[in-house]
Design a protein around this ligand. Structure first.
Ligand code: AMP
Length: 285
């Protein structure tokens, strides 16, 4: 694996390579969830490029950015062992040569996609995500962009961005990888202490309970409230939201009124000092 700290050298390497390029953007502190993305990239393309960049513009809290785990040596070893060909691991100035505020992503309009959930609870987050992903696409120019369903709303935003930019890049979405007890793998899980780690799988359990309720045609708002109350009553957890949304619009799902085919139940929950997100997708038709 070749590690490139500069976009310019990465471009030089990629310029004359034949075959399809798949790209896996990450913020590092890599785990088996990221490796599932690398494996999917490996299976569909000739050249696999990953990036590790803790993008400051998508963090709405300075403390979250400062405490974000960083494990560069272990990350590089893991990527190399899983067949990654190139790792782009830049400093902020290489990604944003004119400064982070100068390079906002085009005139994008995400409409209802960013109104709720992470969009409502992390102001500016998706502007930062769109900014960094559009810049990384400009650098890597992949045929295939690989992302995780764990960040359902992020996938919806990036799909919309690719459409608005008339991008030729395809989006490949990989299912969420979980621990044996159901907890979704996340770089932030490293910051959980033993007690917090023990209680964190309740998030997935509640999302599964909501999904079961939806399949049994229980009213969505009631299910949201039940899950919220159950999480609030779990010592060590502090839910920010539990929302049942139409998968296409990410607006509240109302079973009688909508033509939904896919519904997503998503939650953000504080577990001690760590904010965890997870979701469960239900196919309703
Ligand atoms: P991050 O490093 O958290 O920005 O994540 C980089 C990519 O890995 C994103 O597309 C995430 O959705 C994906 N990802 C993170 N956790 C998981 C997981 N547990 N399973 C599958 N993909 C994941």
């Amino acid at each position: 694996m070749i590690i490139c700290p500069a976009a310019k050298t990465l471009r030089q390497h990629l310029e004359n390579l034949p075959g399809r390029v798949a790209f896996v953007p990450t913020m590092g502190a890599l785990h088996a969830g990221h490796m599932a993305l690398v494996a999917a990239a490996r299976a569909t393309a000739d050249v696999v490029v990953a990036s590790i960049f803790v993008n400051p513009t998508q963090f709405n809290e300075a403390s979250d950015l400062a405490s974000y785990p960083r494990t560069p040596e272990a990350d590089a070893a893991l990527l190399a062992a899983h067949g990654c060909d190139f790792l782009y691991q830049p400093e902020v100035a290489d990604v944003y040569p004119q400064g982070p505020s100068a390079s906002l992503a085009h005139n994008l309009d995400f409409g209802s996609l960013t109104e709720r959930m992470e969009g409502a609870n992390r102001p500016g987050h998706f502007d930062g995500v769109a900014q960094v992903v559009s810049r990384l696409l400009e650098i890597v120019r992949p045929d295939i962009l690989v992302m995780g369903q764990k960040d359902y709303q992020q996938v919806a935003v990036i799909r919309s961005m690719l459409r608005q930019m008339s991008s030729p890049t395809e989006l490949l979405v990989v299912p969420t990888v979980r621990e044996a007890d159901g907890l979704a793998l996340s770089s932030r899980n490293r910051r959980l202490d033993a007690d917090q780690r023990q209680v964190a799988p309740r998030i997935h359990q509640q999302l599964q309970a909501v999904a079961a309720g939806l399949r049994a045609a229980w009213p969505p708002r009631q299910l949201e409230q039940m899950a919220l109350t159950a999480l609030q009553n779990t010592p060590g957890l502090r839910p920010e939201y539990v929302e049942i949304c139409d998968g296409a619009t990410l607006l509240p799902y109302r079973e009688m009124e909508q033509e939904s085919t896919e519904v997503v139940v998503a939650a953000a929950v504080w577990c001690g000092p760590v904010r965890l997100i997870d979701n469960q997708v239900i196919i309703v038709k």
